[in-house]
Design a protein around this ligand. Sequence first.
Ligand SMILES: [Zn+2]
Length: 235
Amino acid sequence: MSATRVPVLSNNVLAAMPKAALKLMRAQLEPVDLVYGQILYEPAQRIAYVYFPLDCLVSLLTVVDEHQALEVGMVGNEGMVGMPMVLGIGVSAVRALVQGSGTALRMGAARFHAEFKANPALQRALFRYTHLLMAQVSQTAACNRFHLSEERLARWLLMTADRVHTEEFLLTQDFLANMLGLRRVGVTRAAGDLARKKLIRYSRGHMYILDRPGLEASACSCYRIVRDLQDAAQI
Ligand SMILES: [Zn+2]
C-alpha cells in the first residue's frame, strides 16, 4: 500500500499469548506476502488457511446479488482472518480481500483447529477478538445507515491508517466507493470536503492524511467507539 510504511512485526492476538505457548505455535506459522487485490476467501468457500496480519490489511466484504460488495469489517495486526474457524465453522461467510499489501503469518485450517482446541491462551485471545470484530461489524452497519459520507470517509481513512501503520496509501476512488457503499461522485465530494479543510490530500490515487487530529474531529463517533473498545479489551 505504501513504500514509506514502518514494518510492524507483531500481531496482537499472538502477542497476547504466553511466550512458551507462542514458541510452540510459531513453528506452525508460515510467513506469507499478501498483495493488494488478492482474495483470500469467497463466501461459501472452504477456509484453507487462517491469517495473522503483521503489516497488511484485509477487508471483509458482504457480497449482494453476486456483483455488489460492501465492506463490513477490516482486519489488521489487531486480529485474525478466518474467524469462523474459532466457532468450528470451516466455511467463510464473507469475501476477504487484501486491501493493503504486506506480510501475514498463516496456518493451515486443520492445524489451526487442533492448535485452537489444545491452547487455552489462544482461545482467550481469539474470544476477545471475536467480541471486538463483532462490535466493529455492527458499528459499521449502523454507520453505513446513519452517518454522512464525509464522516464515514474520515472514519474509514483513520481505521485504515491504524492498521497499515502509515498516513499515506494508494487508493482508487472506485475502490473507496465500493468499500463505503457510495457512488463515485459521493466519494469525490466527501474527499473534496476533507481536502478543502486541509485534513487530507488526494491526488492520482495517492491518499495522504495531513492532519490526523483534524480528521479524528471530522470522523463520526463510530471510529472512537470501536477504538475505545479495542483499547479496553487490550489483546
Ligand atoms: Zn459512523
